[in-house]
Design a protein around this ligand. Sequence first.
Ligand code: ZN
Ligand code: ZN
Length: 461
Amino acid sequence: MSESEHTGDSPPNAPPHHAPNGKFRNPWGLAESRFAGLLRWRWNRVRHPLPRDDGARSLRCVPPAVRVPRAAANEIAVTWVGHSTLLVQLGSVNILTDPIWSDRASPWRLVGPRRLIPAALPLNGLPPIDIVLLSHNHYDHLDAWSVRALARAQPTAQWVVPLRLGGFVRSLGVRYITELDWWDERTVGDATVACTPARHFSARTPLDRDRTLWCGFAVASAAGRLFYAGDTGLHPEFARIGERFGPFVVSAIPIGAYEPRWFMQPVHVDPDDAITAFRALHAHHGSLARAVMVGVHWGTFRLTDEPILAPPQRARAAWTRAMLPDENLWVLAHGETRGIRMEQRGTASSFLLPRRPASSHVDGMEHGLTVYRHDSPGGRIVIITVDERNPNDVVARLQVERRADPERQGVGEPPLIAEARGTSREAVLTELQALATDDAELARRLARWTAMQRRPRSDAP
Ligand code: ZN
Ligand code: ZN
């Protein structure tokens, strides 16, 4: 089907995922009727039952190491509560994804997929949550009991949800809700949250199919950038998501609920698809070798046909085949916390500067002024100046110049994209890295945001 056939029947100017009947759809299509496929899948399952023992008994909880109340400014800590529920401590911003604490992922208390292992953290023992990301309304992601309980336990949290899901979440007692469409972004406290496309669908009853949107999220804070995929099949927009909102330090992508492929492939990635998506996310910024992937959406509810321990095994095998660094695939145990401190990952500006210092060069280094120049993708030269002449006021500036830009010949300084101030080189580079992006529009907005961040600090004694 051609592009024009997808969009031809949309209302004028409507994006392709907005259907004319007021519902949402995948611009890339879904191969087969979900309902006919569901019947065929279930019937096959009755005729060929799955083996009883698929490894679920070997699932284990380990004690979490949540940073209380928050992670260090330059640290990203991730704790797996179970399924797609992660506590991500993105520096000083605490984020919860698709929270489910219930015993079943189901509208009923006695029927439906049951937890194979308890939630690894108590809902009432969480640190202060700043942002809750809800990707879509399926029962394994939007659990009404958990939403109500969190609305009471964390009344000031800001919930970010896809289009038309806000009303339902509000009816469960949540006060602060931001509804976003794909590609929209909003400042939420100390972070910026963007809503990203996903290939999936929504439904809580047989009658509400695709009335609310589904999505993934990108979050930027001063500590770095997070991508959370939600539920999705493979689609062509991962590279653009990475280009626009990356480079991501941590990407949480589903690795489970993928069999049988003839039915699940359009809406759920398998481990190979997940790694394909992960590579695409990092294509533009060349950040693949330093980036972490966290495998989620497995090992908690038996939703589909693959054995319960197959997702991590297949993810590890696919990761090795892709020749990615072993330590950058995180398949966590329930409750496990893992963290990254930016200085452990090379220089704080490692997303701007290549890993090997030889391939970027230091232009000048005198009287406490250091200038780095680095050829970045897209025909630009990134210039970072670190001014350490005043040890109490270290300043880092990021400028970007078009390579061989005839219009700028002799026009003086290249435009300033971002500026960070602090009391150490490490701190200002960490901040600058969070601000820096090849997307000039985003960079300008982030620079304004940081200016706002700095105001209270300069008032402090
Ligand atoms: Zn789903
Ligand atoms: Zn799901």
